[in-house]
Ligand binder design. Structure first.
Ligand code: FES
Length: 139
């Protein structure tokens, strides 16, 4: 009789441990595979104009994806998707060349997103921006 109680207790402990271990493995897999809810809407993001010096780029999340705001050396502001149009890698800003480089296959983009080299078939997608009183609003 005493062994039955011990056996039941161990069974409950083993079942609990199994559930906890399964959840610990399954939850990260689910989070990785599940689409990002609530981030696919294209809201607006604001920056202060002084936040970005000329010739610099600032990467940020926009509409569930990577985007970049560039202030050219002539002071023009441009917001672009940072997703390469070839196979979807995230481009990097090469300040010395004032270009975007895709690290995957060497795609090159100008500050306005146009393709200047490599395999990308289309320019980086432009994101509308508005400038008001020292504030840059993307989207
Ligand atoms: S994914 Fe960017 S060049 Fe291929």
């Amino acid at each position: 009789m005493e062994n039955d109680g011990r056996r039941k207790f161990l069974g409950v402990c083993l079942a609990g441990a199994t559930v906890a271990a399964t959840a610990a493995v399954a939850y990260p897999v689910f989070r990785y595979l599940a689409p990002r809810s609530g981030q696919l809407s294209s809201g607006k993001i604001s920056f202060t104009a002084g936040e970005l010096p000329e010739g610099e780029a600032k990467f940020f999340e926009y509409a569930g994806s990577s985007a970049v705001l560039v202030k050219t050396k002539t002071g023009e502001m441009v917001a672009l998707s940072a997703v390469c149009t070839h196979l979807g890698c995230i481009v990097q800003w090469i300040k010395e060349k004032q270009q975007f480089l895709c690290p995957c296959h060497g795609g090159l983009f100008a500050t306005d997103g146009t393709v200047v080299g490599g395999p990308p078939p289309r320019p980086l997608a432009k994101i509308p921006i508005t400038l008001t009183e020292g504030k840059i609003t993307v989207g």
